[in-house]
Design a protein around this ligand. Structure first.
Ligand SMILES: C[S@@+](CC[C@H](N)C(=O)[O-])C[C@H]1O[C@@H](n2cnc3c(N)ncnc32)[C@H](O)[C@@H]1O
Length: 169
């Protein structure tokens, strides 16, 4: 199992999600990882690197677009434990992070159609797309409903695996 992919967007932790994509998911209470200045309105509350959003308390409905790279798994694990929110992560379904926090843990996924062009912290749109497909991961039934209603891609359930009983086919 891979931990991350060579062509992941890990070289830049400041990729901002296009605001229209977040808006399609409804209102969030907290974004735990944001640059010092956001070029547009985001959830009511947010943390920055100075706060260290990973160690701060999380509350309400979370929007999570974690700093890409090896620490992304810790952020996603915290959202899994919190149980209420949506995360944007690379759609690397074979990775350790997917198995520890998505498959069998999340309520559902939305594989975003096409490649996403992110924004820089000054609001400019990047000229190129990141070199990876991305997906949204929902924790909690309200967030799964938001994925179904967002129209951004194909939604699949990532529900708990069904265990076969001994002796049954
Ligand atoms: C991929 S960007 C996401 C920005 C924004 N949340 C969005 O969705 O558009 C990740 C952000 O996390 C910030 N960050 C990195 N480490 C952090 C930490 N320990 N606590 C809070 N924010 C952090 C980075 O500065 C960067 O702005």
């Amino acid at each position: 199992m891979y931990t991350h992919q060579k062509n992941s967007p890990s070289s830049n932790v400041e990729w901002l999600m296009p605001p229209a994509l977040i808006a399609a998911l409804g209102e969030f209470d907290l974004d735990p990882c944001t640059p010092a200045v956001m070029p547009w309105r985001t959830p009511k509350y947010r943390y920055t690197l100075d706060d260290d959003g990973l160690s701060c308390p999380w509350f309400g409905r979370i929007w999570l677009n974690p700093p890409f790279g090896p620490h992304a798994a810790k952020w996603l694990d915290k959202l899994r434990r919190h149980g209420n929110g949506v995360a944007l992560i690379p759609a690397r379904t074979e990775t350790r992070m997917f198995f520890s926090s998505v498959w069998g843990h999340a309520d559902g996924l939305c594989f975003i159609k096409g490649r996403v062009r992110f924004h820089y912290p000054d609001g400019r749109r990047s000229a190129s797309c990141i070199n990876a497909p991305v997906c949204l991961v929902a924790y909690g039934s309200r967030n799964l409903a938001a994925l179904h209603g967002c129209g951004l891609g194909v939604v699949v359930s990532a529900g708990k695996p069904v265990r076969r009983r001994e002796g049954r086919p």
